[in-house]
Design a protein around this ligand. Structure first.
Ligand code: ZN
Ligand code: ZN
Length: 381
């Protein structure tokens, strides 16, 4: 990957296309504007992540395609100029809500992103009393779920970096025997940064009976022979100082001897289920149908009650975003969507296992971005 692939100009073209898309959807659906504040929507739109402080920063995109950034004057130097985005700095003592309201029609429908603080919303209501405000989530989540070329590249690089950390665990380069979960978690976190992430988001290390808890927090338990070890980790990968994209991978290991009774059979069921989902997911399926691809073989093997979470979640600027692959999810998967495929089987009090890859729907099929081997290895270090 050459540096030119992440030239600022390419991001600028992507941001412009996203602004235009949001404006077009506003017109189509009868909304006057979208206001983005705290959350992933603003970085996605204009490449700027506002500081999550008490002073409001708001990107306002109106149906006519105009984009404006209302920003505390002291933070304005952090924003990299973007052609077509007018920057309006406000100083303490001025009213940023009246400034935002001045960009809106007197009446009509305006969408606001869901991370917006309640206190800011109340002030917006007062500043624009005849406007109908509602959540932007359905509109923005729908558009953000379809990744463009530059997003796919960043997700791919993030996945490759996570794969290299998984290889270090598999090869024993990150030893686990005799160390605590917390120590191994710290080693994984350090490796995520060494492999090119700018930030560590989580590093779950769950050993022995703890492996039956999907979101286990690394403890002082010492990892030893006969344990099952679930490692689930991810970070944020960015290029050119632009907002970063997330990695998320899970690999399960057996530690030394002996084999915990029945575990190999469980793991083989899990691997079959993960393959069934990865090879069977198609554009046009609902999230619920995709989930069933893995859930059915697990249930058929008698572990139906042990798969206690959804099959997957979307991923991008956020670790978890649309789409969701879960029972009851009726929205359809489409080309360009990125999501995890992560079935798990958990036997309380004994052990658990999960295999997780990030995939992108392309040409109607799921292409996995993670390639770290998924067969069960017995760690000897
Ligand atoms: Zn994960
Ligand atoms: Zn995940």
């Amino acid at each position: 990957m050459t540096a030119a692939a992440f030239d600022r100009r390419r991001f600028e073209v992507a941001y412009r296309a996203r602004i235009d898309r949001i404006a077009a959807l506003c017109r189509e659906r009868g909304h006057s504007a979208v206001i983005a504040t705290v959350g992933a929507e603003m970085p996605w739109l204009i490449g700027y992540q506002a500081m999550p402080l008490e002073r409001i920063t708001a990107a306002v995109v109106t149906g006519d395609g105009e984009a404006r950034l209302v920003i505390p004057q002291l933070e304005a130097p952090r924003f990299r100029p973007l052609e077509g985005v007018e920057v309006l700095g406000w100083r303490d003592g001025e009213d940023p809500f009246r400034l935002v309201a001045s960009m809106l029609p007197r009446e009509g429908s305006v969408l606001v992103t869901e991370g917006t603080r309640a206190g800011w919303l109340f002030q917006l209501f007062s500043a624009a009393p005849s406007v109908r405000f509602s959540s932007a989530e359905t509109l923005t989540a729908e558009v953000r779920a379809i990744k463009d070329e530059i997003e796919v590249r960043l997700l791919t690089l993030a996945a490759e970096a996570a794969d290299r950390v998984a290889a270090r665990l598999r090869d024993g380069e990150i030893p686990v025997i005799g160390r605590t979960e917390r120590e191994v978690s710290a080693a994984i976190a350090a490796a995520l940064l060494e492999e090119g992430h700018v930030k560590v988001n989580f590093a779950i290390v769950a050993s022995g009976p703890n492996s039956a808890s999907p979101h286990h927090e690394a403890s002082d338990r010492v990892i030893g022979a006969g344990d099952i070890l679930v490692t689930d980790f991810g970070g944020t990968f960015s290029a050119g100082g632009e907002p970063g994209y997330c990695s998320d991978i899970t690999r399960t290991f057996a530690v030394g001897d002996p084999e915990p009774a029945g575990f190999f059979e469980l793991y083989s069921t899990l691997q079959t289920a993960q393959e069934a989902a990865a090879s069977g997911i198609r554009a046009g399926m609902s999230g619920s149908e995709a989930d069933a691809l893995a859930r059915e073989p697990i249930a058929a093997a008698g572990y139906g009650d042990c798969f206690i979470h959804r099959l997957g979640h979307g991923i991008g600027l956020e670790e978890h975003e649309e789409p969701y692959l879960a029972p009851g999810e009726h929205s359809r998967l489409a080309d360009g969507m990125a999501f995890s495929i992560e079935p798990g089987i958990y036997v309380q009090g004994r052990y658990g296992a999960r295999i997780e890859d990030i995939a992108i729907l392309s040409g109607g099929r799921a292409l996995r971005l993670n390639h770290a081997p998924r067969d069960l290895v017995i760690l000897s270090r």
